[in-house]
Structures are given as C-alpha cells and as structure tokens.
Ligand binder design. Structure first.
Ligand SMILES: *Cc1c(COP(=O)(O)O)cnc(C)c1O
Length: 355
C-alpha cells in the first residue's frame, strides 16, 4: 500500500461554534490529495494544509467536466469516539462513477485506509453538539493539460472535510417539492447512476425555477416517457401507499443512494412490504386524490430522511399527511441516526470505528 506523507499546518484555524455551522461553509485544517498518471498509477498520497489548488487552464475538468464525488459523514458518539457509516459503500460507488466517466479506479482498501487516516488527522474538527457531524467530501477529477477530447491520463483524488450543523436544528419540517415536467436529470445509458458534478450542473435550471415558485427541490421524472418518478434533487424518494412502501427501482438513471439502500434494509427487517418498481406520476396523483398516499419522503446522507409535505404537479398542489412527518419516516430517521450516532446497537454491521 502507498505511504501517506503528512505535512502539518502551521496555521491551525479557529473552529467555528457548532451553532453557526450550516452546511459546507467551513473547512478543516488539512486535505488529502493523491495524483494519478497512466505510467505511475496513483502516487504521492499526502495529507497537507488545506489550500487553494493550482490548475492548468486547459485542465480536463475545467472544459469537459470529468469530475465525480462522494459525500459521507464522521459522527462523534457519546463516549467521544468517532465513527463512519458504511464508508465501503461510498468507495464502491466512487469506483462505479469512475468507470462511467473513464477516470481511474481507486484501490478500495487504500481508499478506506486513507479516509480513516484523514479523519484521524482532523478528529478535532468533528463537532460535539447533538446532530452535528464532519461532512467528508472525497472527489476526483481529470487533470490532463491539453484540450484534446479523450479519456484522461492524469487525475487527482482528494478528500476535504467540512464541519456541519444539525440538518434539523428547528425540528423536522416537511419540504415542498415541485415535480419537473420539462427538464430531465438523466436517461438510461447516461450518467444518472454516477455521482458526477455534471448531473448537478444540468439540474440547476429546474432547481432555480422551483425555488422561484417557493419549492425547495425538484422531483425528476424519467427522460423517455416523462411519466415515471425518478428521484428528488440530491435524494432518492419513497412513498407509502395503502400501507406498502414503494420506491423507484434502480434503472440506470437514478443515483443508488446508500441511505436508500439502508432504509430498504431497515424497512424489510421491521416487516414492511417494500417494492422497488416503476411508479408513474399518475399513480402518485391518484393516490393523493384518493387519500391513500400516506407518507412521502426523500433519503440522502445530508438529511437522512426528509418528509415531503407538499407536491406540485402541473400547477396543482397536493398536501401529504397534513404536512407532518409520518410514523414510518420518523422511524427511519430515529433508526438510522440512532445507529450513526451510536445511540442504538448496529445489528447490520454498518459502523466503521475511527478511534
Ligand atoms: C448523493 C445523492 C443521493 C443520495 O445518496 P446517499 O448515498 O444516500 O447520500 C441521491 N441522489 C443524488 C442525485 C445524489 O447525488
């Protein structure tokens, strides 16, 4: 395995108070970096002071969008120790994303080792208050220094860390979601299943439109029929209809969320019937009209679960569960955050201890 060179910062930053953290605004003292080229593979793994990068103006990522990323959290538990939630899943997904974008593969064992070493270095940056965590952002980009269009020969992999506040400081408020019927996020054969920056760039227009109308996120429909539910912004989506949990099947255009997968495992474990299948927007509209849509929620690392209180489609607005969080949504939130913060036992073997 590669050695990791360590250069300690000479100017440690002052840590922000837990109460002002928010999301992705503050960064820790160091960053993990390693470089790749075709001749040498991955090399020069290092943890160095957090600083701006110097990038060639012709760098691939700046022109052709060769970029992928991951998102996970380091949690501080009651005894002061630090742990991760299913980090192997993030590494596996990063390699799937890399394959799709012709970026180099990571050695999964080294990727986990370097992630843990980095979190150990930044341990003091894992905040202590209830619900807070250190958000970890591994990412990789193509970094060839010429403008020819081709798969990349040079790449950079990095991890940065951002102390993040509790997503639900003011309690779990259901969100308002707009179903988008013009723009599409992804199609089968495209990059929908890869966690790549380009997917987000293409989503921004619909997101801005939704925000203008007072909705916080977009619910995407499939790109072919504009009829089947895909996912919400940066979250997968689940519905409870007449007692059954339904969620769109992973078709290639949907991001395979680790929170989604974990929710499905918890739900099945607790005896719920869960179907991964095609869900048409008409089925949801019908269920809303008939009152059989009992709960709707998004799933993702940032919020864990996010109840949906209002859904807008073709200028009609529908209220879900009286705009209150439902019992299944609440159970999923309590179970997953319970395991993540060490308040509940981990019967699934999802936790990886740091120190
Ligand atoms: C990251 C992401 C999700 C959620 O994935 P998790 O692994 O649960 O955090 C869902 N949809 C999109 C588009 C994403 O980028």
């Amino acid at each position: 395995m590669l050695d990791i060179r360590f250069e300690k910062t000479k100017q440690p930053k002052e840590k922000p108070a837990d109460s002002v953290l928010g999301f992705g605004r503050y960064f820790s003292d160091h960053m993990f970096v390693m470089d790749y080229d075709k001749a040498h593979g991955w090399h020069d793994a290092r943890i160095v002071p957090f600083a701006n990068l110097s990038i060639h103006p012709a760098s691939t990522v700046l022109h052709y969008g060769s970029e992928i990323f991951e998102g996970l959290k380091a949690y501080r538990i009651a005894d002061g120790s630090i742990q991760l939630f299913r980090p192997e899943e993030n590494i596996k997904r990063m390699n799937n994303s890399a394959e799709r974008l012709c970026l180099p593969q990571l050695d999964p064992e080294f990727a986990l080792y370097s992630l843990k070493e980095f979190v150990k270095t930044e341990a003091d940056w894992v905040p202590h208050s209830e619900g807070t965590s250190l958000y970890l952002r591994p990412f990789m980009f193509g970094n060839d220094e010429h403008l020819g269009v081709h798969s990349v020969d040079h790449a950079t992999y990095m991890i940065i860390a951002s102390p993040s506040g509790s997503y639900y400081k003011e309690g779990i408020n259901p969100v308002k979601i707009m179903i988008e019927s013009e723009d599409v996020r992804a199609v089968r054969g495209g990059t929908g299943y890869a966690k790549c920056g380009g997917n987000y760039a293409a989503s921004n227009r619909a997101g801005a439109k939704a925000e203008e109308k007072g909705y916080s996120q977009v619910l995407w429909l499939d790109g072919v029929h504009r009829k089947y539910i895909e996912e919400v912004g940066a979250m997968n989506v689940m519905f409870k209809i007449s007692g059954e949990i339904v969620t769109p099947a992973l078709s290639g255009s949907i991001l395979p969320g680790i929170t989604r997968k974990s929710c499905i495992e918890v739900l099945k474990d607790k005896g719920y019937k869960v179907s991964e299948r095609l869900i048409s927007v008409d089925e949801i509209r019908q269920a809303m009209k008939e009152g059989t849509l009992e709960e709707a929620w998004g799933t993702g690392t940032a919020a864990v679960v996010s109840p949906i209180g209002k859904l807008m489609y073709e200028d009609m607005e529908y209220i879900v569960n009286g705009q209150k969080i439902g019992p299944v949504t609440q159970m999923l939130y309590d179970t997953l955050t319970g395991i993540q913060f060490g308040r509940l036992p981990d019967p699934y073997g999802w936790i990886v201890k740091i120190q």
